[in-house]
Design a protein around this ligand. Structure first.
Ligand code: ADP
Length: 638
């Protein structure tokens, strides 16, 4: 058994499990949930990555992990180090080389031996020094005695004694340089090393030799004592983890590759102008397993040879962002809360309802019906903020109220910006959420990853001087322009009037500098233009999002949950969304009563809902159905 099934030490009621937020777990608080000892058993989801890591640990293969931040890449790398045999660990010692002081010698011994060797050397040096000072005092006594008693000259006696003292002191420095430098010490390690070299500079990654300001004259530090291990050396027999592998400079990537290939790597001073650059040790072992991580474009930007090295001698895995929402999984998420509480060490336990609220949030953040988010670093953040709030109130347990408050506090920067923006626009009455207006439609956009804003679109039609154009203004980005292109095809087919003689101006009402995801605005643009062309009002208590095909189908878009919430916050009472997104809606309870969600699948439905005045509207809708309907059939056949 590879430990993929994690037992929870609490009672489970299978009868209620299916609909129960805690998957049938009968617990009072996170105290009732046992946290597994091994890190690999604490990993939630990522079944595939976990199996790969366990296999790679046995076969000593490198692994490339691609996926979103906070999904457990470094956790798995660390878990892997716990799975590696501890018996093979080594200590590394650097010795003075009497033949060439700038080429220190390197010796490898079993873990724990290094300290003993250094101790033995120190003991020997101590004895030697004792012998020397014993000898020194005898000689001084003899000389002093001679000077005082025979030569009867105090000054000469003191002078001679001083010279003898200094000669001994100076002479003994050499014997200290015989004590080796314990470069890598694994004496007290409970598992194989795990070294995180993410963002490490060359010295930290590859090792370094410190500069010696004295360099000679008896004050110098011997070169072997200035040698420092890099992550590649500390990771020997363990795991070297490098996230954002593409940000490592190419020279370091090349050297990393050499270390992987040779299994050893000499240490030299990294700074060219330092005296350390003159020193180069014998090779130091670098027999590690490399776990390189990053997002998809990290892979494209990494050194191709390094990538093929890992690929050829190891595995590549993709991390999941979400996982199926099953009773078993929800039980594991409950355990996740317990894990994070245990990891932090200072947080109160969570009661059942507080855990439920975290699981609800995991559902919501998944952005997909029937799934839970695996971006667990962020969810862990929510757990910590909730716990901190409870702690600041001296509460014994973290309750639902604490989690709800934490959700408000742990809003991302984008969310805070978006909320602030909505507030400001309310002040300036840029927001219109009732009545009818011609050519104006409340669109919805996403800011950042997790916040929506309402983004009104205005359209106006004017006689053209030359051939008719679609002109877009406002802070419009490439994507939005594409949306305009897409809808112009439908509009051209649709209009009775000769559209080639008209200019259509489309304006996105001040976006506050944020990126607009344009494609999801295409039903908004189409509605605004048709309203302007036909001079029919649009319901302003309505907001909409949806992409449009050339056939008039409303296509799914991203971020519907956040968009709906933004519409509600802005005061709209109805929101049109693509039918295909219906299952992605996971709005919080407080918004459920505020807005009615209307899923649609065709632009004619949008007009039917949005436009004013029955008679005109009906004729427009019919016309649109006939045009886009026939277009639809044509495409359907081909
Ligand atoms: P990554 O390396 O992918 O950016 P980490 O492994 O550093 O993410 O995850 C950060 C923290 O989030 C972990 O220490 C752990 O507490 C939690 N976490 C992330 N993914 C998981 C997971 N799959 N299972 C359990 N906890 C996780």
């Amino acid at each position: 058994d590879l430990g993929s099934d994690v037992e929870i030490d609490a009672e489970i009621d299978e009868e209620i499990a299916e609909d129960h937020l805690l998957g049938g777990l009968l617990i009072d608080s996170t105290d009732d949930i046992e946290v597994p000892e091994r890190l690999v058993d604490q990993v939630i989801g990522q079944e595939h990555a976990r199996d790969v890591v366990m296999k790679a640990a046995k076969q000593r293969r490198h692994v490339m992990m691609i996926g979103s931040p906070g999904t457990g890449k470094s956790m798995l790398a660390k878990a892997m180090s716990e799975l590696l045999p501890k018996e093979e660990l080594q200590d590394v010692l650097v010795y003075h080389n009497p033949d060439d002081g700038n080429n220190p010698k390197v010796r490898t011994v079993p873990a724990g031996k290094g300290e003993q060797i250094v101790e033995a050397h120190k003991e020997e040096a101590r004895k030697r020094n004792q012998m020397r000072s014993f000898l020194m005092w005898i000689i001084i006594a003899v000389v002093l005695g001679y000077a005082l008693l025979v030569a009867n000259n105090v000054l000469l006696g003191i002078l001679a004694a001083g010279i003898i003292y200094l000669a001994f002191r100076y002479g003994s420095r050499g014997s200290d340089s015989m004590i080796p430098n314990l470069l890598v010490n694994n004496a007290d390690e409970k598992s194989a090393p795990f070294e995180d070299a993410t963002g490490a500079h060359a010295g930290a990654l590859l090792g370094d030799v410190r500069h010696d300001p004295f360099q000679s004259g008896g004050m110098e530090t011997p070169s072997h004592d200035r040698v420092e291990a890099g992550a590649i050396h500390k990771a020997n027999k363990g795991v070297l983890f490098v996230d954002e592998i593409n940000t490592l400079d190419i020279r370091s990537q090349q050297k990393l590759m050499t270390a992987i290939q040779e299994g050893e790597f000499s240490i030299t001073g990294q700074s060219e102008r330092s005296s350390g650059a003159m020193v180069q040790t014998e090779p130091v072992p670098t027999d590690f397993i490399m776990i390189a991580a990053g997002n998809l474009d990290a892979m494209e930007n990494m050194h191709p040879a390094l990538r093929s090295r890992i690929k050829g001698y190891g595995y590549e895995v993709y991390m999941d962002d979400t996982i199926d929402d099953t009773p078993e999984m929800r039980r594991k998420y409950a355990r996740f809360v317990a894990q994070e509480v245990a990891k932090d060490g200072r947080l109160p336990s969570f009661d059942g309802e507080a855990i439920e609220e975290v699981i609800l949030e995991a559902r919501r953040r998944a952005g997909r019906k029937g799934h839970l988010t695996l971006e667990l670093r962020n969810l862990g953040g929510l757990v910590r903020v909730s716990g901190d709030i409870a702690r600041s109130q001296d509460a014994d347990l973290v309750t639902r109220e604490h989690v709800l408050e934490a959700k408000g506090r742990s809003r991302s920067i984008e969310q805070q910006l978006a909320d602030d923006y909505i507030e400001r626009r309310k002040d300036y009455e840029l927001q219109v959420a009732d009545g009818y207006q011609t050519g104006r439609v409340n669109g919805l956009a996403v800011m950042g990853e997790d916040s929506g804003i309402m983004l009104p679109v205005m359209a106006e039609v004017t006689p053209s001087q030359g051939p008719g154009q679609v002109i877009a203004t406002g802070q419009l980005q490439e994507m939005a322009e594409e949306a305009v292109q897409n809808v112009s095809a439908i509009i051209k087919k649709f209009s009775d009037e000769d559209i080639t003689e008209k200019d259509i101006h489309i304006q996105f009402v001040q976006t506050g500098g944020s990126g607009v995801d344009g494609d999801s605005a295409s039903i908004t643009v189409a509605t605004a233009v048709i309203s302007a062309l036909e001079d029919v009002g649009v319901d302003q208590s309505l907001a909409m999002t949806g992409s449009l095909s050339v056939r008039g189908d409303v296509l799914p878009v991203g971020g519907v949950t956040h968009k709906i919430e933004a519409a509600a916050k802005s005061g709209c009472t109805r929101v049109i969304i693509p039918k295909a997104n219906e299952q992605d809606v996971m709005i919080e309870d407080e918004y459920k009563e505020m807005v009615e969600i209307i899923p649609v699948s065709h632009i004619s439905e949008v007009l039917d809902i949005a436009l004013e005045g029955e008679a005109e509207k009906d004729s427009l809708v019919d016309r649109l159905k006939s045009i886009t309907g026939s277009a639809l059939e044509k495409t359907g056949e081909s």
